[in-house]
Design a protein. Sequence first.
Lengths: 107, 121
Amino acid sequence: DIQMTQSPSSVSASVGDRVSITCRASQDINNWLAWYQQKPGKAPRLLIYGASSLQSGVPSRFSGSGSGTDFTLTISSLQPEDFATYFCQQTNSFPRTFGQGTKVEIK
Amino acid sequence: EVQLLESGGGLVQPGGSLRLSCAVSGLTFSSYAMSWVRQAPGKGLEWVAAIGNRGVSTYYADSVKGRFTISRDNSKNTLYLQMNSLRAEDTALYYCAKHFRYADGSYLNYWGQGSLVTVSS
């Protein structure tokens, strides 16, 4: 199985900050990676697919990059509604594994 | 508007069974693969199972293989998860989610609100 490791596990940031979250795969997954945002009590929301494609309706301050084994989700200017937990998921092979999540908290 | 509505969760004793359903509307259900994803209380997301659009191909996490069965009825626009031999560690909120394909990848672009399964004596 492919293991997905996110870092950091949590990050404290202020509104307006640039925040980056990394996700590392235990083997090459090409660019078959998604990023999801989850707020408390809500279902996850797809942000990025194909490592760098922005899902319809997602603000352009979110971006994704990387290929192979190393990927990054960047929020260019953190907004109050962005405080949430973010998960990566590989879709290269089954089982479709998620990273453990990164909680973005208010500083 | 696309809607996914899970049902069938509840309290069950260890070793028991439960069947979850996910009613889908607002799209051509038979065109899309579907997945179940679960989240234990206070924990991260765990992919559980997936099924192809025609119901022929199925895939499972090792943690549920041999105990859970994913299926679908395209005439009823409904996805199912039959869960047998339930364990305490299966306690979680179970989400159904719709796939969409992009450049040979497959991603979860619509999710239900979840159905809570609690396994306890």
